[in-house]
Write a protein that binds this ligand. Structure first.
Ligand code: SF4
Length: 105
């Protein structure tokens, strides 16, 4: 079975959106948390309030030394994605990962 090789690319190039339960839980640092929690989740989605915070280089705030520092409790969006999946829903994301890697070579 394919395993994650911990290249960290997916944690560097994608915005991670929290679902409603994750957003309301207060467990995660989000982009605009300085403005408080948005009551209406649809509104939160529209304005990007449910997006995980990022480091200055735009990688996920929880990425440390190329590893997820909250691996056991990472958001469902992260748990559901795997760059070696054959699921066509992830085809475009996988293409973006390959493109990013090819620019590093
Ligand atoms: S929460 Fe963890 S797995 Fe998800 S993007 Fe951030 S560092 Fe990567």
């Amino acid at each position: 079975m394919d395993k994650c090789n911990q290249c960290g690319v997916c944690c560097k190039i994608f915005l991670i959106t929290l679902n409603e339960e994750e957003y309301r839980s207060g467990r995660y640092k989000t982009m605009f948390e300085m403005f408080g929690v948005v009551e209406d989740f649809e509104e939160a989605q529209r304005d990007g309030s449910n997006i995980l915070a990022q480091h200055d280089d735009e990688s996920c705030i929880y990425l440390e030394d190329n590893k997820c520092s909250i691996h056991d409790s990472k958001p469902s969006a992260c748990k559901n994605f795997f760059c070696k999946t054959k699921d066509p829903n992830f085809k475009e994301m996988i293409r973006q990962i390959e493109e990013y890697k090819s620019k590093l070579e």
